[in-house]
Ligand binder design. Structure first.
Ligand SMILES: Cc1ncc(C[n+]2csc(CCOP(=O)(O)OP(=O)(O)O)c2C)c(N)n1
Ligand SMILES: [Mg+2]
Length: 826
């Protein structure tokens, strides 16, 4: 079904179309005094004192961390903190201003320098939650373990306890204690606390740039309250995920194609904490050309993302901007961008000697210090006198010291005991849940599934590769892998209201390989859409979507493009479940198509890159029965799955499962290899589409040499159950492990090593790895020299296992040749 948007040459080619006018981007437009704000009723005196208080909480918290790092203690109590401490002294007004107008339902995401932001947002939530709500949050968190420590030696109100809970929970996390907000597994650069609307901070500069956009997508698609703020450094504005995230957030389709209550922009605010520096690189004048980060908004949307540059040294200016931007986002006019000008006079880290700037510059900014300046304004406006401010400071210092002593106490705040239980962290890598639907709403669909034209078409297909008479079914009539995947995914779309799928050309094309064909008719835009060509944003937004509680299928069109979303696949997707202390689930099924025919940048099998990363499940089914069963399992689960598909065999029919592919729902557990042919003389263990070449090899072996190969299809790579393979090897004494990944450094070698280790006594020869050559993938006409071929299996048997009678090898598999190649690095 084509889109309704009509591209009219008469309009597009008109000269007016070529005149591009950028809107004015306001700079430092806030001018009000404290007295004026009071007179207008925008703040009460208590509000203003709270702002002062919250800024000082951040200052003292980080003073403590700085002293611990630089002097080995705080207030005479020694402690060694070997971990990072990226401090933000100078930026407190920007943080408190950011959080002041936000509700608990509004989410913030941050960076490596986000202590101030999480404290500000936490204090804000404590302020607006009722005592009952706050108590519930604290009592339920880690079954009350964190609040129990915060209560030590404390008597006072629930709100005061809330503050202790916040400071203690954050400190304990920074000091790697199990009572910390993320069990001590996130630490300084990642800590967060979702009950206060504080979502993950990110040690990868700009990492939050696309993840936050995905969180906003979750809120929009699932009709949840609140906006999302991505707190990013000025240096991060050069990073791919930020620019791709902004592209994704700015898509026209939210306004042109999404319908009904879904029409309108994403509720996301890109908030640049513009402290003028990256680590030592000055963004303005040196490493960037934007002068003002606010200018970037103009490149993304005709409304320039409502960008504004505000005085981040004045909390009231920031609050003013946030109040306006929040209203705008709630009116579905997002995304928005703020360039909050501030300065860190702390170093990048406490060991930083600030060699990249002059002491005069730091002093000049310290002279304008946001806390001192705001205090003076409060005194001037008669809101407080110096004694009141001093009392606030003393109270905060006492609180910080109390929490510090609790957080460094080895008994009250222990670390995870990996000595007694060495498997503890391993058990946290996956959530392994089985959940039909992550939402409780009725799924938004456009027609009953049974009325879908593709479903009707599939009803007429043969679900086994031969008919009742053993005659091969025609291509048109065969129920293939493409159909099997469609069936599993369509079923889940009708079960789980949170499920969405997107990627390049996912809608009208049905994905580049037409798996989704038919779903365009069935699903509204907000559940299936075309994304920009922005792989980092495709995966990054999916991560944000899943973090907030949704299920999602992002698609990477070709395996080779995994490199374009390397950070998201390697650093984000696999890490957050364990790094959150198992607070977050990550139900993301990344569909990745492995190519052939299209040369060096479109035909690589990168399964091994994914198996290498702890925290990803990796599957590669190559039959329709396995594809449907494994897709069902992946979509029923709560873990990130890299779901590989082979472009060579989307049409292939089911040859192995008797009775063909069931029409009803079934799951194939991840991790279970499958014996596709029984044999006794040698085992072939295959990954991906090499299965079919291995079967050909098995035929040749039987025909010409009377040997029977047992052929096992790995199906899953992570997890992987070795038992069936070991059973086979015990019988055959020989194994060839084959796949299309380049052999060097591959998972094939990993399997070989482990099998040699576990089945040493049963093997007559060392396991042999048959991977692709360590070359570029050549053009289609030359591919047979690159990917493992049926003859190669025989070559391997002849060279490494048993000589085959009168055999002429196709490839040189001698050890001498292996050495020559390795010397050359090929
Ligand atoms: C992708 C990536 N590149 C480099 C780094 C090392 N690094 C950590 S912080 C930083 C500077 C970031 O500057 P900015 O985004 O302005 O944040 P700020 O430190 O000023 O708060 C760099 C280069 C990193 N953590 N991640
Ligand atoms: Mg910076």
């Amino acid at each position: 079904m084509p889109k309704s948007l009509y591209i009219d040459p008469n309009e597009v080619l008109r000269p007016e179309e070529h005149e591009i006018v950028f809107p004015k981007v306001p700079v430092m437009q806030y001018k009000k005094t404290v007295k004026e704000e009071l007179a207008e009723g925008n703040f009460s005196k208590e509000d203003l004192l709270r702002i002062y208080h919250d800024m000082f909480v951040i200052r003292e918290f980080e003073t403590m961390l700085n002293l611990v790092k630089t002097t080995g203690g705080y207030n005479g109590v020694e402690y060694n903190n070997p971990g990072p401490a990226h401090l933000s002294a100078g930026q407190e007004a920007a943080a408190v201003g950011m959080a002041y107008a936000l509700d608990t339902d509004d989410y913030i995401f941050g960076s490596h320098r986000s202590h101030g932001e999480i404290l500000a947002k936490g204090l804000r939530s404590i302020e607006i939650l009722s005592d009952e709500e706050l108590e519930k949050v604290m009592n339920e968190f880690w079954d009350g373990a964190t609040v129990a420590v915060a209560k030590k030696g404390f008597e006072g109100s629930t709100k005061e306890l809330g503050k202790r809970f916040l400071l203690y929970g954050a400190m304990a996390e920074i000091f790697a204690r199990t009572t910390g907000f993320n069990k001590g597994l996130g630490g300084s650069m990642h800590t967060f606390f979702t009950p206060f609307g504080i979502y993950p901070n990110n040690a990868i500069v700009g990492g939050s740039g696309s993840i936050a956009v995905g969180a906003a997508l979750y809120k929009k698609v699932n009709r949840k309250k609140g906006i999302v703020v991505a707190n990013l450094g000025d240096g991060s504005m050069a990073r791919g995920p930020v620019l791709e995230g902004m592209t994704f957030a700015s898509m026209d389709q939210f306004n042109t194609l999404w319908e009904g209550d879904m029409k309108g922009g994403l509720p996301v605010l890109i908030n640049v904490m513009n402290n003028q520096y990256a680590m030592g690189g000055q963004t303005r004048g040196e490493t960037m050309g934007y002068t003002f980060p606010a200018r970037l908004g103009a490149g993304f949307k005709p409304d320039a993302m409502h960008a504004e540059r505000v005085d981040g040294y004045n909390p009231l200016a920031v609050i003013d901007a946030f109040r306006r931007k929040k209203a705008l986002l709630e009116a579905k006019q997002g995304p928005a961008l703020l360039d909050v000008v501030t300065y860190r006079y702390s170093g990048h880290s406490p060991s930083d000697q600030s060699s990249y700037r002059t002491p005069e510059e730091i002093k000049a900014w310290e002279k304008e210090d946001c806390i001192v300046a705001f205090g003076n304004k409060l005194i001037e406006a008669g809101v407080a006198d110096q004694a009141t401010l001093d009392a606030i400071q003393q109270q905060v210092k006492d609180l910080t010291f109390d929490c510090y002593k609790l957080a460094i106490d080895e008994e009250l705040s222990p670390r995870m005991d990996l000595k007694t239980n060495n498997e503890l962290l391993g058990e946290m890598m996956f959530s392994n849940q089985s959940i039909d639907s992550l939402g409780d709403a009725q799924p938004d669909v456009l027609m009953p599934l049974e009325d879908n034209p593709r479903v009707k078409q599939l009803a007429g297909k043969e679900r086994f590769y031969v008919d009742k008479n053993g005659k091969p079914v025609s291509k048109m009539k065969t129920f293939g892998i493409r159909d099997a995947l469609f069936e599993a995914i369509a079923d889940r779309f009708y079960k789980d209201s949170t499920l969405i799928a997107y990627g390049e050309e996912n809608r009208e094309w049905g994905g580049a390989f037409a798996v989704y064909r038919g779903l365009t008719e069935a699903l509204p835009y907000h559940r299936l859409f075309n994304s920009p060509i922005a792989e980092a944003a495709i995966i990054g937004t999916a991560i944000g979507y899943a973090m907030c509680g949704g299920r999602v299928i992002p698609e990477i069109m070709y395996c080779d493009f995994l490199g374009c979303c390397g950070d998201e696949i390697f650093n984000q997707l696999p890490k957050w479940q364990a790094m959150s202390g198992n607070i977050l689930k990550m139900p993301v099924v990344v569909r990745v198509s492995v190519g052939s025919k299209y040369g060096a940048q479109h035909s690589q099998d990168w399964t091994s890159l994914c198996t290498h990363i702890p925290g990803l499940k990796v599957v590669f089914p190559v039959t329709p029965y396995d594809a449907k069963g494994l897709m069902n399992s992946a979509l029923q689960g709560t873990d990130p799955v890299i779901f590989f598909e082979s472009q060579r065999i989307y049409e292939i029919g089911e040859q192995f499962h008797e009775g063909g592919v069931p029409t009803e729902y079934y799951e194939i557990p991840m991790g279970e290899p499958d014996v596709k042919r029984v044999g006794k003389d040698v085992t072939f263990l295959t990954i991906g589409a090499t299965l079919y070449r291995a079967l050909k090899a098995a035929d040749m072996l039987k025909e010409k040499y009377g040997m029977e190969a047992e052929v096992i299809d790995a199906r899953s790579l992570v997890p992987f159950n070795y038992e069936k393979v070991l059973e086979s090897v015990k019988k055959t004494g020989r194994i060839i492990i084959a796949g299309d990944a380049s052999a060097r450094g591959s998972f094939l070698n990993d399997l070989a090593t482990n099998i040699a280790d576990m089945a040493f006594d049963y093997l007559d020869a060392a396991p042999v790895v048959l991977g692709s050559r360590n070359w570029i993938t050549p053009c289609h006409e030359l591919e047979d020299a690159f990917f493992p071929q049926p003859e190669w299996f025989l070559d391997a048997i002849n060279e490494k296992m048993v000589p085959l009678k009168d055999y002429t090898p196709v490839c040189n598999m001698t050890a001498a040749q292996q050495i020559i190649r390795a010397k050359k690095g090929i």
